[in-house]
Every structure is written in C-alpha cells, then in structure tokens.
Design a protein around this ligand. Structure first.
Ligand SMILES: [Zn+2]
Length: 179
C-alpha cells in the first residue's frame, strides 16, 4: 500500500469542501495519536486513512473517512499477543441545524469546527479508532493460535456432566435389580 502521503492534522473545512479534496491512503503520524498508541500493545504497521470532502444534495458539508490499522492486543483467554485489524468508517458534518431542518439527524455524526473554521482530523480518527478496540480482546473463536481454543473451555462445561451422577447410578442399580 502506498502510504507516502501524510494526512494533515488540521484542515480548513470550507477550502476542502470547495476543492472536493481527497486524501487517498494517507498515513497518520503516530506521534500525533499517543492515546491510541497507549491503548494497544503496539501498532503493527501504519495507520492509513482515506478522507474525502464533499457537499451533498442538501448542501450539507460532509467529511467521509475510512481508516485502517493493525494493532497488537493481548488475548484475554490465552494471554498471548495477537494482531487485530481496526477499521473505522465515518460520515461527519458540522451542519447540525441544516441536518435538523432536513430531518437527517439520524444519518450523520456531528463535529465542530474551531473558530478558524478548521477541524482536527487526528482527534476524530484517534477517538474513533479507540472506540473500535474491543473491550474484551480475544483471538477468534476458532483461531488455532489461541492456546486455550477448545480443550480448556469445553473442559469447564463438560466436566460436571462427565462426573458420575449419584442419582443416575442409583436409578441404574434399581433398574438392574428389577426382575
Ligand atoms: Zn487467545
């Protein structure tokens, strides 16, 4: 993947909208997203974003983005590190009043521009990616890399049933005594 382009941190929203600007597979500077970096064991490769700016048919200013990153997490079941793919997609707009007037409040998430009409893309992306991190990180259910796949879990569930049930044993004994 070509990640030579660096995503700018602050962008002038109206300029980007007017220009229909688009950043294709742009890399984020990791130094600028320390909260994400601290939320994982480490990042495996770059954080890559495609972000575009446009005005929709209702004249709403939209920021559309897709961000992907591979992060290392620790599996809660086996305590081993594993790679987890984070994927964040968003459609944001600062035009809350217009959305309200058009009955589109459900359709978008809202952002604020600062006084200079700029938005901080890194803040938006960092917050979004952190929310994508699973609360209980685990290998996939059937991942053979998870050392607790199968045996340990099923042991706990099967063990009580496998134990001899004294009542069943008694019933079997009674049965065998019947003429
Ligand atoms: Zn595991």
């Amino acid at each position: 993947m070509d990640t030579k382009v660096l995503l700018p941190r602050e962008i002038d929203l109206d300029k980007c909208i007017t220009a229909n600007a688009r950043y294709e597979s742009a890399r984020l500077e990791l130094e600028a997203i320390p909260r994400l970096v601290e939320s994982v064991v480490r990042l495996e490769g770059p954080v890559v974003a495609t972000v575009s700016f446009e005005r929709d048919l209702n004249s709403m200013r939209l920021v559309k983005g897709k961000v992907e990153a591979d992060v290392i997490l620790v599996c809660e079941r086996c305590n081993e590190e594993f790679v987890h793919h984070l994927c964040l997609e968003f459609v944001l707009t600062p035009d809350y009043e217009r959305a309200k007037a058009c009955n589109l409040l459900d359709k978008y998430e809202f952002i604020d521009c600062n006084d200079a009409g700029k938005i901080d893309l890194y803040d938006i992306i960092e917050d979004g990616l952190i929310l994508e991190i699973p609360a209980f990180p685990r290998h996939d259910e059937d991942d053979p890399a998870c050392s607790r796949t199968g045996s340990e879990w099923s042991y706990g569930e099967v063990a009580p049933e496998a134990k001899e049930n004294p009542f069943a044993a008694l019933a079997a004994l009674k049965g065998s005594l019947k003429p």
